[in-house]
Design a protein around this ligand. Structure first.
Ligand SMILES: [Ca+2]
Length: 215
């Protein structure tokens, strides 16, 4: 170590000493050196989404948990013990100030069973602000030979991804618009159809929605 470097080290040591004294003084005063505790870790500074699922009882369509990362979360729209399931149409209402729709995935849908490709998966979140209008159905051919699916146990119909815009208390209505801020309620029109032709017979199901917290 040459003389210059030694001198620099000594000066650095002086600065460290002063910094420690300053820190001790702040502790003594009950203050903190960094007011935004997460400044050095942006990944932890924003809200994180936490989804609470619905209940997948027999004869239900329920929102179950998929993956989640930061503000983004995916819910699995799942059917449980429903015979001759041909298709479903429903809406999910969100509070648009708090929750934004991101996309639909049908990759894991039971409607694809048996290699059926006559399918129609759609989600429209722009026609009615705050409503995600979902269609997930097989499409019958002219011969009426495409069957419904006997759903045994709990299986995925589609996955929907959302993100939260801010911190959310799911049961609060902070913006006073009459919609709980973290709700993901199923709303009408909503229907599950069997494979009857030319007009399907509606299947009565229970609808079980979840909600999201941002904290
Ligand atoms: Ca609200």
């Amino acid at each position: 170590m040459n003389r210059t470097a030694t001198a620099r080290t000594e000066r650095k040591g002086d600065r460290m000493g002063r910094w420690i004294l300053a820190a001790v003084a702040m502790l003594a005063l009950g203050t903190t050196a960094c007011g935004g505790g997460d400044d050095d870790n942006p990944a932890q500074s924003g809200p994180v989404a936490s989804f609470t699922p619905g209940t997948a009882s027999s004869g239900s369509i329920a929102q179950l948990a998929g993956s989640s990362s930061g503000t983004t979360f995916t819910i699995k729209i799942s059917a449980t013990d429903i015979a001759d399931f041909f298709g479903a149409a429903f809406r999910i209402r969100v509070d648009p100030d708090f929750v934004a729709y991101q996309g639909l995935s049908s990759t894991g849908s039971f409607l694809r069973d048996g290699g059926v490709t006559n399918l129609d998966f759609r989600a429209d979140a722009t026609t009615v602000p705050g409503q995600v209008i979902v269609n997930a159905t097989r499409v019958q051919n002219s011969g009426g030979t495409i069957p419904g699916v006997n759903v045994v146990g709990t299986r995925e119909l589609v996955s929907l991804t959302f993100r939260i815009r801010t911190f959310i208390n799911p049961t609060a209505d902070a913006n006073s618009n009459g919609i709980p801020d973290g709700s993901l309620d199923f709303i009408d029109p909503r229907e599950v159809c069997d494979s009857d032709q030319p007009v399907c017979t509606p299947i009565t199901v229970t609808w079980s929605a979840g909600s999201v917290r941002g904290s």
